[in-house]
Ligand binder design. Structure first.
Ligand SMILES: Nc1ncnc2c1ncn2[C@@H]1O[C@H](COP(=O)(O)OP(=O)(O)OP(=O)(O)O)[C@@H](O)[C@H]1O
Length: 252
């Protein structure tokens, strides 16, 4: 009940068909979900099950064939390109499997890019970049370029950049796909702690079943349909540890 009224993203009956005629593909069929602040939802499913398609729709990078997505009360499905661009810049942080850093910029400058795009004043940019570099454990690597950093360090920069404008939603498509398993686990732990600290609603796709350890909730996609959902390990721990005070807070 409270998750519904608190949710930042509400997707209802999402469907996405690619192509037409003989080449038509039902990439996504009748997917409904909600995301609440401070919640890390893991999106699992085999290759081709529709994870990227769903994340693109939730992030306003693509429009559904059927259904609707609202973010903070704004209906993305019918929003103009200008409105969508503004929402993507200010309300959503994207993390990509390929890191997608600008190679000529340092770690600090990469993190600063989204702040420059929304014309944040220099002093505030500097403070936010320093805060984020520290939060992702790269305070000593501020001036290094991506090629001077390990894959895990590059993805830390990617996560910091995604959070730069204090988005309400974090969307990460296979953020650990290019990392070894130890680094991948560190990255998910980092994402989980930042999501909870910054109160961001996060949805993260992965092939790796071990990542459920860090999630509050796990959604399973199969052939473009939601095939199941359940509490992640974090969600189970949180429910056991936090339920009494939460109930008291939401008793009304
Ligand atoms: N632009 C497109 N044109 C045609 N078909 C597409 C397009 N994008 C995705 N598809 C198809 O939609 C289905 C879902 O693809 P999607 O990339 O969302 O899956 P995924 O779960 O993210 O896969 P992976 O884990 O391999 O990234 C697949 O059958 C794919 O071939």
């Amino acid at each position: 009940m409270s998750a519904i009224s608190d949710s930042i993203i509400t997707a209802t009956g999402l469907g996405r068909v690619f192509g037409s005629g003989d080449t038509e593909v039902d990439a996504l069929t009748d997917v409904s979900l909600e995301l609440a602040p401070g919640e890390l939802v893991l999106l699992r499913g085999p290759s081709g099950s529709g994870k990227t398609t769903l994340l693109n729709l939730l992030g306003g990078l693509d429009r559904p064939t059927t259904g609707s997505v609202s973010l903070g009360g704004v209906e993305l499905t019918t929003a103009s390109e200008d409105v969508l661009a503004g929402i993507r810049q200010k309300e959503i942080g994207f993390v990509f499997q390929s890191f997608a850093l600008l190679p000529v910029l340092s770690a600090a400058e990469n993190i600063e890019v989204p702040l420059r795009i929304v014309r944040t004043p220099a002093a505030a940019r500097e403070a936010r970049v320093a805060e984020l570099l520290a939060a992702v454990g790269l305070a000593d690597h501020a001036n290094q370029r991506p090629y001077e950093l390990s894959g895990g360090q590059q993805q830390r920069v990617g996560i910091a950049r995604a959070l730069a404008n204090r988005p309400r939603v974090l969307i990460a498509d296979e953020p650990t796909g290019q990392l070894d398993s130890g680094t991948a686990a560190q990255m998910m732990a980092l994402i989980a702690s930042l999501v909870h600290e910054e109160g961001v609603a996060a949805i993260v796709s992965t092939h790796d079943p071990r990542m459920a350890e860090y999630a509050d909730r796990v959604l399973q996609l199969h052939d473009g349909k939601l095939a199941g959902s359940g509490a992640g390990a974090r969600g189970r721990h949180a429910a056991a540890e936090e339920q009494p005070p939460r109930r008291a807070e939401t008793a009304f």
